[in-house]
Design a protein around this ligand. Structure first.
Ligand code: ARG
Length: 283
């Protein structure tokens, strides 16, 4: 079946976000971060608020976790866990600068009705794990370890497809690949979009085979963090800089919403990084 001309359906989402009240860049753990460049915390909060309010306007639910003063990267809640069916696999951050966020996320899951699982292996949550239909796409190469892929396969009893990232600018899977259809019929191919050059050849071949209808995004759109986007199946929120990707989405019947998180890009994060999916028992 062609993926064109389909009536796109918006699916209700529940997200976890963290207001960037303490946002700054005072260390560098990815190529986007330059502590010598000034940041503007008020601007970060204002830009973040636009994304937050858009989710509400689209009918989604947003939960908030309190920002910790010593953890300026906590705004990137995608790294705070990976949640399916009410089970929240906690993070174990690669770098010490973010290590202290992990217990805060685990406590939040515990206090909010999720079954929190403390991980054995290094992983950065939904930054590197994306649910695509029944399977989990899992990134490695920079942050989450191969061993964490095996750990989530066992925990969630799902097939995990490992993908190797090779470009340091795209250090988390969610900077190079986005799932456009969060809910599909069993066995159906969910719409995804990805930046082929961010992956090694073996991973590109896997993606081409498993997702023949995927949108392949141009390097120019990838380079402006265009793939770091959120979708409910109909509404896709992307960076205004990713103009080519926007056109590809419209052509396939998605509704495109532009939100500029330029301030948060100074920390190497964007729309998806600020958004963690809370999949409950029934979703
Ligand atoms: N400064 C953060 C880090 O390097 C940015 C995290 C972005 N998050 C994401 N899901 N891609 O860890």
């Amino acid at each position: 079946m062609s993926t064109h001309d389909t009536a796109r359906i918006a699916h209700h989402r529940r997200y976890l976000m963290c207001r960037p009240e303490h946002f700054t860049v005072d260390y560098s753990i990815n190529p986007w971060m330059d502590p010598a460049r000034p940041t503007d915390t008020a601007n970060a909060v204002a830009q973040w608020q636009v994304l937050h309010d858009l989710y509400l306007r689209l009918g989604h639910e947003v939960e908030l976790i309190d920002p910790l003063p010593d953890y300026p990267d906590m705004v990137y809640t995608a790294n705070g866990g990976f949640v399916i069916g009410g089970v929240a696999y906690g993070p174990k951050f690669r770098y010490v600068e973010r290590a202290g966020e992990a217990p805060a996320f685990i406590d939040w899951f515990d206090a909010n009705g999720f079954t929190a699982v403390t991980p054995r292996e290094t992983n950065e949550g939904e930054g590197d794990f994306l649910l695509a239909g029944e399977i989990i796409l899992a990134g490695t190469g920079f942050r989450s370890s191969d061993a964490s892929h095996a750990e989530i396969a066992e925990l969630f009893d799902r097939e995990v497809v490992s993908l190797t990232l090779v470009d340091p600018r795209f250090y988390h899977l969610d900077t190079a690949l986005t799932v456009l259809d969060p809910v599909v019929e069993p066995g159906a191919e969910p719409g995804i979009a990805y930046l082929p050059h961010a992956f090694d050849e073996a991973s590109q071949a896997i993606l081409a085979e498993r997702f023949p209808n995927a949108i392949r995004v141009a390097d120019a759109d990838g380079a402006v963090f265009g793939l770091n986007s959120a979708s409910d199946g109909r509404n896709v929120i992307i960076s205004p800089r990713a103009t080519g990707f926007g056109a590809q989405l419209r052509e396939r019947g998605y509704e495109v919403h532009e939100v500029d998180l330029s301030e948060l890009l100074l920390g190497g994060g964007g729309i998806k990084c600020c958004t963690l999916e809370l999949r409950g028992e029934a979703s």
